[in-house]
Design a protein around this ligand. Sequence first.
Ligand code: PMV
Length: 318
Amino acid sequence: MPAISVSAPGKMILCGEHAVVYRQPAIAIPLQQIKTSTRIFAHPTAPQGEIHLVADAIGFEGSLFDLDESNPIRAALSLVKAYFSIAHFPACEIRIHSTIPIASGLGSSASVSVSLISALCEFLGHPLPVHEINQLAFEVEKLHHGNPSGVDNTVIAYNQPVYFIRDELLEFLQVTAPLHFVVANTGIPGSTAEAVANVRQNWQKDPLKLEGTFNQIGEISAKIRSQIQAANASAIGTLMNENHALLQTLQVSCPELDNLVNAARTAGALGAKLSGGGLGGNMIALVQPETGLGVMQTLLQAGALSAFETTLARTKGG
Ligand code: PMV
């Protein structure tokens, strides 16, 4: 029996990616179909501080200390040690298994950080409240792409749909009626760090223009939040299409994403857009429950590497 076992979900960004880095609102939703599981087994007979790591997501098996100090997994351990002011972590084996495709906009890095940090704290006998886990995971996210908004670690740590403004607002979304989505993977790895850096470069060249686009995206997020409360799926679909067009002007889409977005719309989706950092990775389509399967099949025929359906459930009191 494993001593400790902790899972964390994946996530999708419904709207507001990239603009959220510049303090515009975004909506993100946890995805339970894909997840990271971290298990930690005590090794009481091994010398103190010895940590064996098996991490399939990065294809690694060996001493955790063979990883570079800046590696996010090693950094997560260092942060936990510093948090509890301990010099040596008890000897153990850490097994990290993730079903979240990496570099695909579905939160693989934040999910690994949240599950690992939670498991390490539990293993020490000091489970931390969610906001502390979230804060530590945010520190690790900074290693992945320098200037993260924090939306990924937040939606995954709280495991609830969120309306999020960087450093300002964390609101748990009220969902009045369920919404159905198809998520499809282009199969092209998209580097969030690269996409965020490109947007920053363009912003530095033409701040007025880019800030105009960020504002428009922020307004879309605010409208989608209202339409979720009003249970108006067709208005949400239209707003998602508008969001995708603005992401195209930010140059974070790519032909493969545009192809899947167009295919989904032609197959009857209410709206479709890229999701996450872009330059590859995943797109999402809002569908009626009865059209979901057809849209998913169309996306696979149009070249998606994989696709799945997911539902944003009605919230209590929503
Ligand atoms: O590609 P992902 O899943 O890491 O999503 C990144 C979302 C961005 O808005 C592009 C970056 C951020 O830090 O919010």
